[in-house]
Design a protein around this ligand. Sequence first.
Ligand code: NAP
Ligand code: MG
Length: 404
Amino acid sequence: MSEKIKMTTPLVEMDGDEMTRIIWKMIKDILILPYVDLKTEYYDLGLEYRNETKDQVTIDSAEATKKYGVAVKCATITPNADRVKEYNLTEMWKSPNGTIRAALDGTVFRTPIIVKGITPFIPTWTKPITIARHAYGDVYKNTEMKVPADSKCELVCTDKDGNETRSLIHNFNGTDGVIQGLHNTDKSISSFARSCFNYALDLKQDIWFASKDTISKIYDHRFKDIFNEIFENEYKEKFKEAGIEYFYTLIDDAVARVIRSEGGYIWACKNYDGDVMSDMVATAYGSLAMMTSVLVSPEGVYEYEAAHGTVQRHYYKHLKGEETSTNSVATLFAWTGALRKRGELDKLPELCRFADCLEKAIITTIEEGVMTGDLALLSTLPNKKKVNTEDFLKEVNVRLQAIL
Ligand code: NAP
Ligand code: MG
């Protein structure tokens, strides 16, 4: 390799916290800067700087992502009471991921990275299943009440002219009970649908969506109808050209089909289904450290990151000068995903090829038996060699040089 690969538009780079911040710098130094004339607009989302800027830096990074279209994000601390003390925070700042997701009105897609030697608990899952979770409303923004016996409970809607529409929930004859009010909006469901269809076109994979519309004939049925309308009006032709399908089914049927499938599609889920199923699917594929995540806005803006957190326990070992063996694969795939997308948008085939080669080098390294401790515990390869955080990246670099 003589000349570094040129970029035209900057990538929005969101730095983060703890062990993943350490890995972030190593990845850039060892595997990116030697090969790419990297252009980024840098935002430090490390907790100290978020506190210093009263979290303005998070808002600015989200605005920059809207402007440039592609971001890569390091894992960040979501402060709790302990962190407020530890970092002497002036406020318990909100989750950066929540702030960025709200600003982009985006949907999160999580995909496992599959390697030989790590067999999913469902052995037929030879291809990744990507889960898309609708991250707005339903039971996560509910209102609920305990109800004393012999109460009559109703849903009441008051429209802008003051007209009331009432609908009986239940007469609690002779028993106490509970009730719950849920909502969602056509706007949010439509954004979710468009993000899903865009991402399916991007990955050239089928997309499944499921709800319980046979029981919930108005609420869940609205999701089904909105998906269907948007698909028919905006995506049907594009899907035909790409040779992919949109498939709607009942959630029970979807679960049964997913278990029997070989993977290789996107599964769009309502909020609660996505919460539960993403944990199930991630566990079944083996390791959270092998799960990538991308936030896609309905306008086609992309933010790439690892699905795991800042790996705090490893960071404290690192601070004590002890050796760590932290898995950088998901963070590496965040970088390759973002660089490839930048390359696609800016028509830079060399940049796309670099991202492909780097991913291949990562997979080859693990399949040749060189891996971090978390994977060494799972891998069934006969000759495994556990390496430390930095040596793993150096081993990837050896293989990258061989294929570039
Ligand atoms: P975590 O950082 O994902 O780590 C939980 C445990 O999973 C680790 O202690 C480690 O197990 C294992 N693990 C996760 N990623 C690994 C990797 N790359 N390599 C090796 N092992 C890995 O979750 P957490 O400890 O619950 O959260 C720590 C901080 O991350 C919190 O402040 C939280 O707010 C933040 N967080 C951020 C994001 C995000 O920015 N997207 C997401 C989740 C959490 P062992 O200790 O057994 O080795
Ligand atoms: Mg969950």
